[in-house]
Design a protein around this ligand. Structure first.
Ligand code: GLC
Length: 729
């Protein structure tokens, strides 16, 4: 009996230990790596289809499924095709464009966004989400500004972190893109960004650095362009020295589709998975050329004849296996969810939270009298905008347009009519995803304008809803805009409407800045964005006051492009130089991008970075700066002094009064969004650490905070500073 008891105890102990002992991630990676053949390791490093890369079938290691995009889960495509495959179970929740998220200045909304889109990716059995994009808006003409997070590195850094964490808590890798200094669409695969170190470290790297070091991003996408002479999908400085060296990135570097450009550099310069080669027009190829990819047979050949090292290959394989163990083979099972009511509500709340009230002389919020007539004018009151724009194109379960949402909101109170006003982009299909709308209209611009003005004369309220769309040379991947003026004769139309409508409300729906020469002639201006499935509801929520607007501009609205920092072709879109194969683009404006340029040079703008009004009012008081630990702490009190609840984004900018280098007049180094009831106050604290006071010194390759006087500027926009507190470092 005693012996039996001893055996039982021993067994339980071992079992108990065995149960408790779980191999670490690294131990699983090493154990698997040690079993792989050369061919199996190489197979991991490149695509096997348009959006998948191999696993290890022999060992039951699943393949990696990649999916666009930053705003929602792209519809399933065929094995080797861009067009959708026509599945009937892949209509997703279309979340707002990332510029809309940026305009919320709301870290909680970013976390919500990441969690929802991550759950949708997981449910669709995707392991790598090809987003978010965090390239800085260097030129207002950038074709993909709508997919990114604005002109300021601090804002983009603050919002990319919660998004990445939200995605990854679903067992899906966020693949932060496009790394780096990829700030235009024109000639994006043939332009060399020439950027000095200080500008890179202060402006173009921080959002990626935050995503990796604070967000723990599991994947990074190399960009199409070159940086200081080398293609970014295999740029040694960017990938090996900075990303994997300085930042200690332990995830995978994935090429943009077609961004891998040769056989040798990808092996040694830090590319881990080659995707999409031959699909961006660089090299036409019969389908299924995957065995001929740079990191496929050519790589295998180099390994076999000793021209490539096992060490480089094992580093790639480790990172890929680590990604698989973090996602599809995660110990904690994830199942995700798809097109849930919660996701659509999140889309609506995020979209509304980012809508920016630029001007309001009293026409908003709109509460139409019983039996009145509300006229909407403009194509964007009707046109569905989720379809199109490039790789962020989505097939969504539904999209609420402003016209329907406002009819719903005013149902039983006011009649809501619509006048086209202008004909813009009548396409309704992209990659075989269709909206089902018919936008054809044969009237001339003059007739369209006349009809709209006539209708406006008969209406009690007029809301203009226009702006841009996702067609070429507007908010669209692979093309930049040619100007920031509104297309389709909209300026003339708005002016004509303003003449007959004293209380004209203008809603500009766009993903990037537009010129507003008519701003002084209209009563109210709202900057709305591509808000996704619930965009119409979100806009109606704000226009009716159901949601008090609290968005802030994530970029400057300049009066004209020429006022901006890019004053020469050398700076944008780049020039050809003798003996150089690629276009050369000099970022000679340095750190003076966006408000850093306009504010420092004292150039007037239409609406400044960080600007956004509310239906209530706020007061900032009792601002101070005190020492705190090794740094400082700025504090202030914000109070809702109006009659309705609302949110204010209190912003902290730092000014360095005396620096050995030229510094911008102010730089965003903190913000808090606070929701307050009427009369409610809240104390806000902003930590000011050394990095917040520093500039990057290329010579010493370090951040330097020079002793001397600084100012903490606390305000509700970059141009509306309510407190200026000097302090001494
Ligand atoms: C595109 C885009 C990238 C996208 C990829 C896959 O060219 O640059 O953002 O994720 O290809 O569609």
């Amino acid at each position: 009996m005693k012996k039996l008891l001893l055996i039982a105890i021993a067994t339980l102990t071992v079992a108990g230990c065995a149960q408790q002992y779980k191999p670490t991630l690294e131990e699983k990676v090493e154990a698997t790596l040690s079993q792989l053949t050369l061919e199996e390791k190489v197979a991991l490093t490149h695509a096997q289809s348009k959006f998948s890369s191999a696993g290890v079938p022999r060992l039951g290691i699943p393949e990696l499924w990649h999916t666009d995009g930053p705003h929602g889960i792209r519809p399933e495509v065929l094995w080797d095709d861009w067009d959708q495959a026509g599945w009937t179970n892949d209509s997703c929740t279309a979340f707002p464009a990332l510029i809309n998220l940026a305009a919320t200045w709301n870290r909680d909304m970013s976390a919500l966004y990441g969690d929802c889109i991550g759950a949708e990716a997981r449910y669709r059995k995707k392991d790598i989400l090809l987003g978010p994009g965090v390239n800085i808006c260097r030129t207002p003409l950038g074709g993909r500004t709508f997919e990114y997070m604005g002109e300021d590195p601090y804002l983009a850094s603050a919002l990319v972190v919660p998004y990445v964490k939200g995605v990854q808590q679903n067992g899906v890798a966020a693949c932060v893109k496009h790394f780096a200094a990829n700030n235009q669409e024109m000639r994006r695969t043939a332009t060399n960004s020439i950027v000095d170190d200080r500008t890179m470290y202060e402006i173009y790297l921080p959002a990626f650095e935050a995503a990796v070091k604070e967000g723990g991003a599991w994947a990074i996408m190399g960009s199409y362009n070159l940086y200081n002479g080398q293609f970014n999908c295999h740029n040694y400085r960017l990938l090996q020295e900075i990303l994997k060296g300085e930042w200690g990135f332990d995830g995978v570097v994935i090429s943009d589709w077609g961004g891998c450009r040769n056989d040798d550099e990808p092996i040694t310069n830090g590319l881990d998975i080659e995707m999409g080669t031959w699909t961006n027009g660089l090299r036409g190829a019969a389908s299924n050329g995957y065995d001929e990819y740079h990191l496929a047979n050519p790589y295998l050949q180099r390994l076999r004849d000793g021209r490539a090292t096992q060490e480089d290959l094992d580093d790639k394989a480790r990172r890929i296996l680590r990604t698989i163990y973090r996602t599809s083979m995660s110990e904690e099972p994830h199942y995700g969810s798809f097109t849930s009511p919660e996701h659509f509500k999140a889309a609506r709340d995020i979209a509304a939270d980012g809508i920016v009230l630029l001007k309001n002389d009293g026409a908003l919020p709109l509460a139409p009298a019983n039996g009145s007539k509300v006229l909407l004018v403009g194509e964007n009151a009707y046109k569905m905008m989720v379809v199109g724009g490039g790789s962020s194109n989505l097939k969504t379960k539904y999209e609420v347009i402003p016209l329907d949402a406002l009819r719903e909101a005013f149902d039983g109170k006011a009649e809501v009519l619509w006048a086209r006003g202008y004909v813009g982009d009548t396409t309704t299909v992209y990659n075989k995803v269709v909206t089902g709308q018919d936008l054809k209209d044969s009237r001339s611009p003059e007739k369209l304008r006349q009809d709209a003005v006539e209708a406006a004369r008969e209406a009690d309220y007029v809301i203009y809803i226009g702006g841009l769309n996702k067609s070429s040379y507007q908010d669209n991947e692979s093309t930049d805009r040619v100007d920031i003026a509104l297309p389709y004769y909209q300026d003339e139309l708005i002016e004509a409407l303003a003449e007959v409508t004293p209380g004209l409300i203008v809603v500009n729906i766009s993903g990037s800045p537009v010129a507003m020469p008519w701003a002084s002639k209209v009563n109210a201006i709202v900057q709305a964005w591509y808000g996704g499935s619930e965009s119409g509801h979100a806009l109606a929520d704000v226009l009716t006051g159901k949601v008090n607007p609290s968005g802030k501009l994530p970029f400057t609205m300049p009066i004209r492009v020429a006022d901006g920092p890019l004053q020469s072709e050398r700076q944008y879109p780049g020039i050809k130089e003798e003996g150089k194969e690629w276009w050369q683009e000099y970022y000679s404006e340095g750190v003076f991008v966006g408000y850093r340029w306009f504010d420092t040079k004292g150039i007037a703008v239409q609406y400044p970075f960080g600007h956004g009004l509310s239906y209530t009012s706020f007061e900032i008081a009792d601002a101070s700066v005190k020492r705190s630990g090794k740094g400082f702490k700025a504090t202030c009190t914000v109070k809702n002094t109006g009659a309705v609840a609302g949110a204010e984004v209190v912003q902290l900018y730092i000014h360095d009064s005396e620096a050995s280098v030229e510094r911008p007049s102010k730089e965003l180094k903190g913000f808090e969004k606070v929701y307050l009831e009427p009369g409610e106050s809240r104390r806000i604290e902003f930590p000011i650490n050394s990095r917040a006071l520093s500039f990057f010194d290329a010579a010493s390759h370090s951040w330097i905070a020079e002793p001397g006087e600084f100012h903490a500027l606390i305000g509700t926009s970059s141009a509306d500073i309510r407190a200026d507190i000097p302090f001494e470092l």
